[in-house]
Design a protein around this ligand. Structure first.
Ligand code: TMP
Length: 236
């Protein structure tokens, strides 16, 4: 499988067409941004970590009954995925208070919830990805009622699977962001990535941050954090 034309360049990935109209190749970059692109940088080897880690997570989730866009890992940075139309919703699940939740509601980070929470943001950079609820998403025709219900069901399933998996690696899954897409046949599948860019991972013993918050917050040790989570996931 080979890349033909570039279809899209995002903040962290490029997407290429292939000879097969139903398949794309995603190519992971080392570029990192935060705060809707205001902060820019690179994280050495991030593209490799995020590509390989995402593919492992997608395969684990497929086995547990969550359909995904994953088809085949081609190389360290490149992966074949099903061509989908991305549903313009960022789906955020939280197990522990952190980030914008802590800030918005004036609570400390690190308070575990009895039940996971879910929220949506409208994926629109010009508007700064505003928070949105199911009714607004329906009004804006971003997805159908059935699709939104399915997305919520899959998102909580992803949380159950990944929370348990990361705990076996001595990692607490604090929160994460998912994106879903619609295939040519109209199937809703998990798309985008599952990586330290899109999840908060804290060491279970020390609460050390092993994710992109180290970049967002200028904490240092960014590359080492990506390497550490990669080591726990792959053993490499
Ligand atoms: P938040 O606390 O800043 O709302 O972030 C919640 C989770 O979503 C966190 O794991 C980081 C992830 N996230 C993204 O993947 N992309 C984004 O643009 C933002 C703001 C957060």
């Amino acid at each position: 499988m080979e890349k033909t034309v570039q279809l899209y360049e995002g903040k962290a990935k490029k997407v290429y067409a292939t000879e097969d109209e139903n398949l794309c190749i995603v190519s992971y970059k080392d570029d990192a941004t935060a705060f809707n692109g205001l902060k820019k940088g690179t994280i050495a080897q991030k593209g490799i970590v995020n590509n390989r880690m995402t593919n492992m997570m997608m395969q684990l989730l497929e086995k547990q009954g969550v359909p995904t866009h994953f088809v085949k890992e081609l190389s360290d940075r490149d992966t074949v995925v099903k061509k989908v139309k991305i549903v313009p919703l960022e789906v955020i699940i939280r197990n522990v208070s952190a980030g914008s939740f802590a800030k918005r509601y004036g609570v400390e980070e690190g308070i575990p919830f009895d039940e996971p929470t879910i929220e949506f943001s409208y994926k629109n950079d010009d508007l700064g990805d505003p928070l949105i609820n199911d009714y607004h998403a329906l009004a804006l025709k971003l997805a159908t009622k059935e699709e939104i219900e399915l997305i919520k069901k899959y998102a909580f399933k992803v949380n159950d699977v990944l929370k348990a998996y990361f705990l076996t690696l001595g990692v607490k899954l604090i929160d994460f962001k998912l994106e879903f897409g619609k295939t040519a046949e109209g199937q809703i599948v998990l798309a985008d990535e599952i990586s330290p860019d899109t999840c908060r991972f804290w060491d279970a013993k020390t609460n050390e941050k092993l994710d992109k918050d180290r970049f967002r917050r200028d904490m240092g040790g960014v590359e080492d954090a990506y390497k550490e989570i990669f080591k726990r996931v792959t053993g490499d």
